[in-house]
Design a protein around this ligand. Structure first.
Ligand code: NAD
Length: 487
């Protein structure tokens, strides 16, 4: 161990930046704490504009060679990264759980395999990417997907490695080089990714990782004139700051932001399924952008739904996320808990009633909460809480259900529980949302577009949409042999 290494359950993690294929330390550090028990995990290099400049310069220097690397070779290296991730699933899972408090069992069985899959999926998609050709008056129009250049990727703490690789994999596949900045509350697993990528043979400078507070290093990255793409997942206020910062260079942005998604439960639904879907919204302690936090239930079944919901929610096991039996772990940070509690207290003061929960638990836990008697224009219905807090409202007609569902500034997702396929088709068509689930939740093919409407985001990623974002499309028009007439 060196002064720049910390260990989590025996796994060594480098606490420095990864720039140009080398570890780089900052003079200053910040403290990384586990949400499970508040224990200090270590001191992490605290990047500033200096490290941002170094990382962008490294990405710029590495870009021409990586962009010129054949698609087959880029794909081969990305598959090697996926192999490396698969070999270290246990290490990645325990480090992520310790750092962000989400369940170890889902990191082991769902999230980390998906991290590997992100690399495999975009490597394979790259090889399938079409070069379209058109013809006009004998001239061929050849469309190519040119790598755009150094890309800055900024990610949040609720699914750190998964969301980072959802951007890193397509950016690298497209031939771009990357500067990744993870959230300061969860800096560890991306540091392991740097080790894995280096071992897989990713050339120096193609992937760079900088650590630090968004407020200290963010501007230097997003206003940098050598950056060609910015992909951000996080909150709306940060997205607004990044948009302003990127404006100076007109740097194209992809923004995946917050939500206040509805779950519409119609009287014709399988009520047990609807209850399962509703209780699932507490997963990851409610720290899921896609969570359907506004439950809208048809009045005739609302009482029965609420009874069954409360019964099912009472069986949720809240506790140490490393235990197999645990359903919900802690919330990420004391500051986040205070924010959640503030939302609930203000809602109750405004007349809301807590059917379950409504208060903090021990330590960093918040009791799963369901609030009723909430007004549509109230803060608790309109704003993202990002904790285990759901609201329940009723409706009497399909029109009213759609109107309530669409009546926030967000448009990330929506979920419907209904036994009527015609209704599902009608309602889906009227909902403003990047993803709509009918009688299911969270399942999604990576080939499909992902993103949000309104304040939930700008642009779509996934499949070809990711390459659309990370590439500069070029149309090369070639005259036929012997062409003379330019008229
Ligand atoms: P956040 O906006 O506070 O931080 C996200 C990232 O931005 C962090 O890495 C942070 O350091 C960085 N940052 C902060 N200020 C910056 C600045 N001025 N310049 C550049 N970077 C800066 O968000 P969070 O609290 O980490 O994450 C929670 C939010 O993310 C929620 O709103 C949630 O809905 C959203 N989210 C969205 C998706 C999606 O795919 N739509 C997925 C997960 C989370």
């Amino acid at each position: 161990m060196t002064e720049h290494t910390l260990t989590v359950a025996g796994v060594a993690v480098d606490t420095r930046h990864w720039i140009g294929g080398e570890r780089v330390a900052s003079a200053e550090t910040f403290t990384d704490v586990s949400p499970i028990d508040g224990s200090v995990l270590g001191e992490i290099s605290r990047g500033t504009a200096t490290e941002a400049d170094l990382a962008v310069a490294a990405a710029k220097a590495a870009f021409p060679a990586w962009a010129a690397t054949s698609r087959a070779e880029r794909a081969r290296i990305l598959h090697a990264v996926a192999d490396g991730v698969e070999k270290r699933i246990e290490d990645l899972a325990i480090v992520e759980t310790t750092d962000n408090g989400a369940l170890l069992r889902s990191h082991r069985r769902g999230v980390m395999p998906r991290v590997a899959h992100n690399f495999r999926f975009f490597a394979d998609w790259l090889l399938k990417l079409d070069h379209e050709d058109f013809e006009t008056r004998g001239h061929t129009n050849h469309v190519s997907w040119d790598p755009a250049g150094p890309s800055v990727l900024i990610t949040p703490w609720n699914a750190p490695l998964m969301l980072s690789t959802w951007k890193v994999a397509p950016a690298l596949a497209a031939g771009n080089t990357v500067v990744l900045k993870p959230a300061e509350w969860t800096p560890l697993t991306v540091s392991l990714l740097a080790d894995i990528a280096a071992e897989a043979g990713l050339p120096a400078g193609v992937l760079n990782i900088v650590q630090g507070y968004g407020s200290e290093i963010g501007d230097a990255l997003t206003s940098h004139p050598d950056v060609r793409r910015i992909s951000f997942t996080g909150s709306v206020p940060t997205a607004q700051r990044i948009t302003q910062s990127a404006a100076a260079n007109l740097t194209p942005l992809s923004l995946e932001l917050g939500g206040k998604s509805p779950l519409l439960v119609f009287a014709d639904a399988d009520l047990d399924l609807a209850v399962d879907l509703a209780v699932e919204q507490y997963d990851n302690a409610g720290q899921v952008c896609l969570a359907a936090t506004r439950i809208l239930v048809e009045e005739t079944v609302a009482e029965e739904f609420t009874r069954r919901f409360a019964e099912k929610a009472a069986a949720i096991v809240q506790g140490d996320p490393r235990d197999e039996a645990t359903d919900i772990g802690p919330n990420i940070h004391e500051r986040q808990l205070e924010k959640i509690d503030g939302f609930v207290r203000r809602a109750v003061e405004a007349g809301a009633r807590a059917v379950i929960g409504g208060h903090r638990g021990e330590g960093r836990y918040y009791a799963p909460t369901l609030l009723t008697d909430v007004a549509q224009d109230s803060e608790i219905v309109q704003e993202e809480v990002f904790g285990p807090v759901l609201t329940l409202q009723t409706f009497t007609t399909e029109d009213e259900a759609v109107q309530l569902a669409n009546d926030t500034r967000f448009g990330l997702a929506a979920t419907l529980a209904t036994g009527d396929r015609d209704r599902a088709a009608r309602v889906t068509q009227r909902l403003v949302a990047g993803t709509v689930w009918v009688n299911c939740f969270f399942v999604r093919d990576l080939q499909a577009p992902f993103g949000g409407s309104r304040h939930s985001g700008v642009g779509r990623e996934g499949g070809t949409w990711s390459f659309d974002f990370y590439c500069d499309l070029k149309n090369t028009v070639t005259a036929p042999k012997g062409w003379k007439d330019h008229g």
